[in-house]
Design a protein around this ligand. Structure first.
Ligand code: FPP
Length: 242
């Protein structure tokens, strides 16, 4: 556990650049996704080691279904294999896996693998790994709104029960807000990733493509986080004392 540096409690990663990583090497895009799984495994162990408590990874957006059928099918198989086999090294280290996103239209074999890893890790208290799969913030806000309307319609809540914390508790997962969001590959976009949870997050956009975003790159990101002055809409401490 790192005691000198501030470690963000909840880190989000938009894992971008797998395709470009493969293309640069004359390989099919699928090779980049496969290399991405290796990076996910290494990074999660490293985040657990340095004391990150929650990590949210953007694995597949609601919009990613627009990709070619070949690429979507490859990714679905890769997810299934990852949850059933590749990510077992994380399970052995006490990582608790949860998912955010819509189940429809994910294939049954992927849902089965997701349900199994959730069930196998539900009592673990290590890093909580929130995998955003078939996820989009817009869809999440729509689904949460519908859920809350149902509660109101059934007389389970009053209008005044609805406040920012209540909404947070009713998102796909009830997780603390994001402190730090990293998007690899130099793209400067949020792309529908955890927009409610990221309201006060710090953002970091390294040029590195996701498969190359190793432990050393993660530590550089943490250094950058340590140079940020988070004010949450207030004034910073130095200014307050003036
Ligand atoms: C973005 O790169 C990446 C994805 C859409 C898929 C992310 C998936 C993985 C890293 C696989 C492993 C994940 C888990 C949780 C097991 P891109 O294809 O958009 O790259 P490009 O912008 O260079 O084309």
């Amino acid at each position: 556990m790192d005691t000198e540096r501030k470690i963000p409690n909840h880190v989000g990663i938009i894992m971008d650049g797998n395709g470009r990583w493969a293309t640069k090497r004359g390989l099919p895009r699928s090779a980049g996704h496969k290399a991405g799984v290796e990076t996910v495994k290494k990074l999660c162990l490293h985040m657990a080691d340095v004391g990150v408590k929650y990590a949210s990874l953007y694995a597949f957006s609601t919009e990613n279904f627009k990709r070619s059928a070949d690429e979507v099918n490859y990714l679905m198989d890769l997810f299934m294999i990852s949850f059933n086999k590749e990510m077992r090294t994380l399970v052995d280290r006490g990582v608790k896996v949860v998912f955010s996103g819509r189940r429809e239209p994910l294939p049954g074999k992927v849902l089965k693998a997701m349900d199994k890893i959730v069930e196998d890790t539900k009592d673990f208290d290590g890093l909580t790994l929130n995998i955003c799969l078939n996820y989009g913030s817009h869809a999440e806000i729509v689904d949460t709104t519908k859920k809350i309307c149902e509660m109101y319609k059934n007389g389970e809540i009053e209008l005044d029960d609805i406040n920012p914390e209540f909404i947070q508790h009713n998102l796909y997962q009830d997780l603390p807000p994001l402190d730090f969001v990293i998007r690899t590959s130099g793209e400067l976009r949020v792309s529908n990733f955890m927009m409610y949870q990221a309201s006060y997050a710090e953002f970091y956009f390294p040029e590195v493509l996701f498969p190359d975003f190793n432990e050393e790159e993660f530590d550089k990101a943490i250094d950058a986080f340590n140079h940020r002055n988070r004010r949450f809409g207030g004034v910073n401490n130095e200014k307050k004392s003036n």
